[in-house]
Design a protein around this ligand. Structure first.
Ligand code: THU
Length: 149
């Protein structure tokens, strides 16, 4: 695992402890790396009206955008796993971003002119899968299609 991946996976695992996931009992954490080396995190936020739930990656990117730094996103780490009775995420199977999150990540990628690194891991263990966003969402629709960016 590279230093970048290690740092992001560790931060994502810490973020997942704040997941609000009483319905799925599947905790997800995300950690976004900005170009100055700082990290912004997010965790999934479920809702009693199930379809309103927010994914960890989307929460993290929205937080980055709220501080005006969408163009500075370089990479993201994502982890997740089923919660045990104590509410801790478990398992070592890497969690990859859902389709909607890939599109949300693409907004940051295209606005910043970068092909983001996406590091995926489970709640525990050293198994990791690293991708470029362009491999996870090829031929993406984005700001450039609307003449923006
Ligand atoms: N989830 C994420 O936070 N990110 C993903 O990329 C996939 C799914 C969350 C949504 C829901 O709270 C739980 O995982 C189970 O689907």
């Amino acid at each position: 695992m590279t230093d970048e991946a290690r740092r992001l996976i560790d931060a994502a695992r810490a973020a997942a402890t704040n997941a609000h996931a009483p319905y799925s009992r599947f905790a997800v954490g995300a950690a976004v790396l900005l170009s100055d080396g700082s990290i912004v995190t997010g965790a999934n936020v479920e809702n009693a009206s199930y379809g309103l739930s927010l994914c960890a990656e989307t929460v993290a990117i929205a937080t980055v955008s709220a501080s005006g730094r969408l163009r500075e996103v370089v990479a993201i780490g994502v982890i997740g796993g089923a919660m045990d009775a104590a509410g801790r995420a478990t398992g070592d199977t890497p969690v990859r971003p859902c389709g909607r999150c890939r599109q949300v990540l693409n907004e940051a990628a295209q606005m910043g002119g970068r092909d983001l690194a996406v590091h995926c891991a489970g709640a525990q263990g050293d198994a990791i899968a690293s991708y470029r966003l362009s491999a996870l969402l090829p031929d993406a629709f984005g700001p450039a299609d609307l003449g923006i960016g």
